[in-house]
Design a protein around this ligand. Structure first.
Ligand code: 13P
Ligand code: SF4
Length: 329
C-alpha cells in the first residue's frame, strides 16, 4: 500500500472521495480488515461519535489506548491525545485524521518555556494537565486529567511545592477545592473561556430548575454559577443520574450528542458564549471530519511518530497518573 505524504500545511490525506460511498459502511469494513479501533473524544462531530468504538474523556481514552489489542488506533481527537496513545502503545500504528488538530492549552506551554520556569522553582514538582505536548509531559512529574486532578493533588505531601501547568482555570479550581497553594501556568482553553457569565445568569433565570454543569476549564466567573463541576465523562454521568429534567451545560457542545442519546426525555441547553458565534465548538477538535477519518483509515495516514527518548520520558508521569488514579471513574 502506498502511504501518502502529508503536506504539513494541509495536515490530512487530501484525496477525492466517491460521493456515493456510504462512509459508515466503508469505515466499518476497513476497521475489520485492518483490526483497527476508533477512539473518539466527546467534542468530535456526532457522525464520528456514532462510528467510534469508544467515546470518552481524556482519562478514559488514555486507558483504552493502553489496553487495546487492535493493530491500528484511529484517534478522533486532538494531537496531544493521539500522542498520549502512541506513548502508551508504541507498537501500534496511531493515526489522527487531521494532524493540525491542536489545542490552545498545549500551545500555551512549550517545553523550553516550562524548562526555564522549572529552573526558577527548583523545589517544586510539575503536575501537568494532559492537554500538553509529549515534550512538555517529558518535563513533568505527574500528568493529570480533569477527572483525576483533585484526587492526584490530594495525594501529594502538603509540604511539596507544585507547579501546575498549563491550564490556569483548572489550576485555580484545584487550589479552591484542595486549599493547596500551587504556582499556576497562565494557559487557557479558547473554547471554555468564551462562555458569558451575564448570558448564563439570564439563562438560569429563564430555567430556574436547571442545574449548571460546567467543565473546570471554564473561567472562575462561570464556575461560580455551577451546580456541578467535572470532566466530560463526569458531566455526562451526572446528567444521567440526576432526576432533574433540564440541564445547562458549560463545555464544548459535542458532549450534548451523547447526553441526549443517553436521556431522550431530558433537555440539555448549551451555555451561551460571549458573542453570537459557534465558539463553544472547539476549532481544533472539529478539524476532524468523517471524510478525513475515512481517508486516514484507508491510507493509514497521517501517523503519529515520536522519538523513543521523548516517549519514555513522557510515559513515566503518565504511568504515575494511571497508578495514582486507579479508583477514579
Ligand atoms: P476531558 O474530556 O478529559 O474532560 O477534557 C476536556 C478537554 O478539553 C479535552 O480537550
Ligand atoms: Fe484544547 Fe479547549 Fe479544544 Fe479541549 S476544547 S482541545 S482544551 S482548545
Amino acid at each position: 500500500m502506498e502511504i501518502p505524504v502529508i503536506d504539513p500545511a494541509v495536515g490530512y490525506v487530501n484525496r477525492p472521495i466517491d460521493r456515493f460511498l456510504n462512509l459508515f459502511d466503508e469505515i466499518e469494513r476497513l476497521k475489520k480488515e485492518k483490526n483497527a479501533i476508533i477512539l473518539a473524544h466527546y467534542y468530535q462531530e456526532p457522525d464520528i461519535q456514532d462510528i467510534a468504538d469508544y467515546i470518552g474523556d481524556s482519562l478514559g481514552l488514555a486507558r483504552q489506548a493502553a489496553g487495546t489489542d487492535a493493530d491500528i488506533i484511529v484517534f478522533a481527537g486532538v494531537h496531544f491525545m493521539a500522542e498520549t496513545a502512541k506513548i502508551l502503545s508504541p507498537q501500534k500504528k496511531v493515526l489522527l485524521p487531521d494532524l493540525n488538530a491542536g489545542c490552545s492549552l498545549a500551545d500555551a506551554c512549550p517545553a523550553p518555556a516550562l524548562e526555564a520556569f522549572k529552573a526558577k522553582h527548583p523545589d517544586h514538582i510539575v503536575v501537568s494537565y494532559i492537554n500538553c505536548t509529549a515534550a512538555t509531559k517529558a518535563l513533568s512529574d505527574i500528568i493529570c486529567t480533569s477527572s483525576n486532578a483533585e484526587h492526584i493533588i490530594r495525594q501529594i505531601p502538603e509540604d511539596q511545592g507544585i507547579i501546575f501547568a498549563p491550564d490556569r482555570n483548572l489550576g485555580r479550581w484545584l487550589i479552591k477545592q484542595t486549599g493547596r497553594d500551587m504556582v499556576v501556568w497562565d494557559g487557557v482553553c479558547i473554547v471554555h473561556e468564551t462562555f458569558s457569565e451575564q448570558k448564563l445568569v439570564r439563562m438560569k433565570v429563564r430555567n430556574p430548575d436547571a442545574p449548571v454543569l460546567a467543565h473546570p476549564e471554564c473561567e472562575p466567573n462561570v464556575l461560580r454559577h455551577a451546580d456541578f463541576v467535572g470532566s466530560t465523562s463526569q458531566i455526562r454521568r451526572f446528567a444521567s443520574e440526576d432526576p432533574r429534567t433540564t440541564f445547562i451545560v458549560a463545555t464544548e457542545e459535542g458532549i450534548l450528542h451523547q447526553m441526549r442519546k443517553d436521556n431522550p426525555d431530558k433537555e440539555f441547553i448549551g451555555a451561551p458564549p460571549e458573542s453570537g458565534c459557534a465558539c463553544n465548538q472547539c476549532p481544533h477538535m472539529r478539524l476532524n471530519t468523517i471524510e478525513k477519518l475515512y481517508l486516514c483509515l484507508e491510507h493509514e495516514a497521517p501517523e503519529i511518530h515520536m522519538d523513543e527518548e521523548t516517549r519514555l520520558k513522557a510515559k513515566a508521569p503518565i504511568d504515575r497518573m494511571l497508578e495514582m488514579s486507579k479508583a477514579v471513574k
